[in-house]
Design a binder for this molecule. Sequence first.
Ligand code: ATP
Length: 308
Amino acid sequence: MEDYLLVTKDLTKVYKETVAVQSVNIHIKKGSIYGLIGKNGAGKTTIMKMIAGLARPTSGSFEYTGFKGSEKEAFSRIGALIESPAIEPNLTAFDNIKIKCLAFGIGDKKYITDLIELVGLSGSGKKKAGKFSLGQKQRLGIALALVGDPDFLILDEPINGLDPQGIAEVREMLSRLNEERGITILISSHILEELSKLATDYAIIDYGRIVEESTNKELKEKCRDKIVIKTEKVSTAIPIIESLGFNDYSVVNDKTIHVFDRLSDITVLNMELAKAQIPVESIGIESSDLEEYFLKVTGTVPGERRKA
Ligand code: ATP
């Protein structure tokens, strides 16, 4: 049994005519960085709002299995940056954080300067937050979410609109928070590739539904270049594959085998299978990068959103 921090059960949110989130079941492990990937309007923000206690589910439920105590206590262990951060434009980063600290009963100046340093805003000095770049605003939003030392950080598209260096920096900061402070992180994005360097687990969401939940390892496996063999005789094909010295393969289902090594030997493999009279329906090399994979599982054809 996995050590989960949060589990949702058929979580659903309907806004008037729109089914924003439909029967969502996600399982967030303690200590993981969980990526929620979906196109704009897929329902990521709505899921985050519900589990942060900012919106009420229409039906279904969620449980913070990783926290002891009431739901209210669990909410107090969450730091969230959902949609745009509540930043006061006329104040500096320091004063913005100070206001939030006061609400938490934290009066220590060093706590604030440490947070500013942690998110890489030390250089912002007396600059008012209203004049910050998008990257600086995102960092301040993350710093605000970190006030009170949460165990669970919910970040809605924190790398949206950042340049590649900004993305790398935020990624590095989140990795550090996860490793050094053991914070579990839920992070959303519409770009799978961007999260692939950070997330340990994923859910791909499309039109309010989870189309796939997998670990990073499983996802990378699916996207690796491979020989795909379709045959009715999987069990007889395996000894042939092994006898030819292919070691890295997996049986995907009773009709499909994936071979990951020596892709250039596909002709030999095909010939040997034919020689052994194994009926091969198809054999070929498949490759897809993460983004192609994302488009494949979510479908590229734009469709009407389902009505409630
Ligand atoms: P984005 O990245 O564009 O915010 P998202 O994946 O976060 O996308 P949501 O913001 O959760 O998606 O929206 C899911 C659907 O629910 C969309 O069709 C949106 O228009 C609709 N929706 C969200 N909030 C409301 C609301 N308050 N009232 C009506 N419809 C809403």
